[in-house]
Ligand binder design. Structure first.
Ligand code: URA
Length: 183
């Protein structure tokens, strides 16, 4: 399947109940050749309204952090684990994550990025089975999965800003084949 057909499948998906309450699904956006792939949690209100990822407050913070790290947003692929907004922005549950995960896996396969930034515990647990961002952040696992904060967590706790930008710089400078920090 190509990226356009995949985005269409996501936009019309009815595999879980989130499809009942969403306005628009948010497949994600970015070049299929992107070297940097960013994964959030799930769309919020602004994303649900526009169908675009990270366009609300957390998205604005992400834009600034990418800029500080020297990454052009337009050159990264940006998406979330779950493609539809959970009611009241609650955390997506296990079933919703499991149902939606094949879309993310197909996107990763199509883009085949050098580095995949898992932003927050939902992304880190979905793709690595690991939680505990403060201990995991700034480290690369399984060759290309870099764990960092979710931008909304940086909004809530601005003293994480510098670590967040420094993690994104790791992504920018990442070269495959570099040994993982944890070996
Ligand atoms: N938070 C996310 O995890 N994803 C979005 O697209 C927006 C906010």
């Amino acid at each position: 399947m190509d990226m356009i057909s995949l985005a269409e499948s996501i936009a019309s998906c009815t595999l879980c109940d989130l499809s009942q309450s969403r306005t628009r699904a948010v497949p994600g956006e970015g070049p299929t050749e992107a070297e940097i792939f960013l994964v959030g949690e799930a769309p919020g209100r602004d994303e649900d309204a526009t169908g675009r990822p990270f366009v609300g407050r957390a998205g604005k913070l992400l834009d600034r952090a990418l800029d500080d790290a020297g990454i052009k947003r337009s050159q990264a692929f940006i998406t979330s684990v779950v493609k539809c907004r959970p009611p009241k922005n609650r955390r997506p549950n296990k079933r919703e994550m499991q149902t939606c995960l094949p879309y993310l896996r197909q996107q990763i396969q199509l883009v085949n990025p050098k580095v995949i930034c898992l932003m927050g515990n939902v992304a880190s647990s979905a793709l690595l089975g690991k939680q505990g961002i403060t201990a995991l952040r700034g480290q690369v696992f399984e060759g290309r999965y870099l764990v960092t904060y979710h931008p909304a967590a940086v909004l809530r706790n601005p003293n994480r800003w510098e670590e967040f930008v420094s993690d994104l710089k790791i992504a920018k400078d990442f070269r495959p084949g570099k040994p993982d920090k944890l070996g």
